[in-house]
Design a binder for this molecule. Sequence first.
Ligand code: FAD
Length: 277
Amino acid sequence: MTAPYPATDKEPLRRLTSHELRFRRLQVVSITPVTHRLTRVTVGGAELDGFTSLAPDDHVKVLFPPPGADEPSFPEVVAGHVSWPPGRSRPLARDYTPTRFDAKARELDIEIVLHEGGHATAWLRKQARPGAILGVAGPRGSHAFTRVPSSLLMAGDETVLPAIARWLRELPAGTDVHAFIEVNDSRDEVPLPTRANLKVRWLHRGRAEVGTTTLLADAVRSAALPQFEYAFVAGEAGAVKHLRLYLLNELRLPSDAFSARGYWKRGTDDHQEPHDD
Ligand SMILES: Cc1cc2nc3c(=O)[nH]c(=O)nc-3n(C[C@H](O)[C@H](O)[C@H](O)COP(=O)(O)OP(=O)(O)OC[C@H]3O[C@@H](n4cnc5c(N)ncnc54)[C@H](O)[C@@H]3O)c2cc1C
């Protein structure tokens, strides 16, 4: 087990930069299977001009068309204020990590985990095709690093894999990273290209239902990790709670030395936790 952390008065590692809120009407460029349960959707269009995502755990709100419709409805945004005119129904919207943005090609990638009962999964199975229209709102803000930490802990399930993979692609050489990733089995594992010194542990839940295990917290707790400067943990809300308690109560990490966020909650549609971006 890792020893508790001493208190420090160092400058916070991350600072919030806010971005202009825009709802972008974009076309699906391509749909690419990453694994049998993870699909990359590339969207593009001139409305991506000005898109900004400064941190790998940023998120965008993806607006999906309702069944049978060609595109989602969009709100009006005046001076940063979002309003839905009477009679215009709000579309189904879900949070995704912007994994790659190419300003020149005007393309943005998101990666969607397929699961039973998922509205985004239903869209992928029934409506997704090149040329289909999606809305993308945000990111509203990015918690960018004020300096790159020398060592990081990352832990999450497959919904966090797109963010973890982006962190790893962006971190410079010399950064030490211990990553713990919970998935069903080896078919969910993906290559994680990085210049960082990466030690990754894939945790297989096997036949256990997703969102019912304590695999992540158990593995992090028993790993005897060297002290790390920053921790990024996310995933199913219950699993994240175990990790958050470990970081706070046992390691006594200061709250600005980690981010712990439930990305989804078993049994709840469109789970939302308070956040400041
Ligand atoms: C900051 C942030 C970044 C995120 N990035 C990504 C990302 O890059 N890729 C990604 O796939 N997800 C990501 N998520 C999680 C995603 O927003 C949720 O999983 C969302 O609920 C998916 O919507 P849905 O339409 O599939 O399911 P919903 O309609 O929201 O839920 C339907 C049912 O499915 C369950 N459910 C939801 N997600 C899962 C799951 N992954 N596995 C099994 N059951 C589930 C719910 O508990 C509910 O019972 C992110 C969330 C946040 C907050």
